[in-house]
Design a protein around this ligand. Structure first.
Ligand code: ZN
Ligand code: ZN
Length: 214
């Protein structure tokens, strides 16, 4: 970001992305606390989806700077107090997508190295025939069926922390929470790199991004 040479990332630039938001409800996005959804789950975001935080995430997601993922996750783990949970579960990549790696898994692995809670890939999967949400807007995006994701039966009785890169509408998160609960697990909290205010911009219009890959 500052142009330092010979390193995959500059630690001080990375750290400058941390501007934690107050916890919000992972189900509806309102401030976390009394009077929210039943079974409300707190979501912690390192920052708003803007400025250097957004730049770093775009490098990770769309420019294949894979080496950023784990340091980003470590920063998340250092910024927020660890919670009691049996495992960290990244939101899975869409089966229809063509990404080479799951950025949320890298984030979860970084958090795992700080919190000492294992990150489990594959505990959550998208069911077939559910289209990618990226690029859809408004109505179609809200049409995600509540059973679009499925969680492993091994989550029965366990408490988990869900990890994702961006929180936007909460749709994906509600689907993931519902899948974990159907499998008998409990989501104790959610961690995301950033929170995007839905009206702020459309992901498909992000500069320099092939909309097809988003
Ligand atoms: Zn720097
Ligand atoms: Zn709520």
């Amino acid at each position: 970001m500052c142009g330092r040479m010979g390193v995959s990332h500059c630690d001080s630039c990375l750290r400058s992305a941390a501007s934690p938001l107050p916890p919000f409800c992972a189900k509806c996005g309102a401030p976390f606390g009394a009077g929210c959804c039943s079974g409300s789950v707190p979501c912690c975001a390192l920052s708003l989806h803007e400025g250097i935080s957004r730049d770093i995430l775009l490098e990770l997601k769309y420019k294949n700077v894979r080496a950023l993922g784990i340091p980003m996750g470590r920063l998340l783990g250092e910024t927020f107090d660890s919670v009691r949970a049996d495992m960290l579960i990244p939101i899975p990549l869409h089966i229809s997508g063509r990404r080479e790696y799951n950025q949320s898994l890298l984030l979860a692995e970084g958090v795992s190295s700080v919190w000492g809670i294992p990150a489990e890939d594959g505990a959550l999967i998208w069911r077939k025939n559910v289209g990618s949400q990226a690029g859809k807007t408004g109505h179609s995006r809200n049409m995600m069926p509540p059973d679009a994701m499925e969680a492993s039966k091994s989550l029965d009785g366990l408490s988990v922390v869900l990890v994702d890169d961006v929180y936007t509408t909460g749709n994906t998160m509600r689907t993931a929470i519902s899948a974990v609960e159907r499998a008998g697990g409990t989501v104790s909290s959610v961690l995301v790199w950033s929170r995007r205010v839905p009206s702020q911009e459309n992901e498909a219009s992000w500069k320099g991004i092939d909309a097809d890959r988003a």
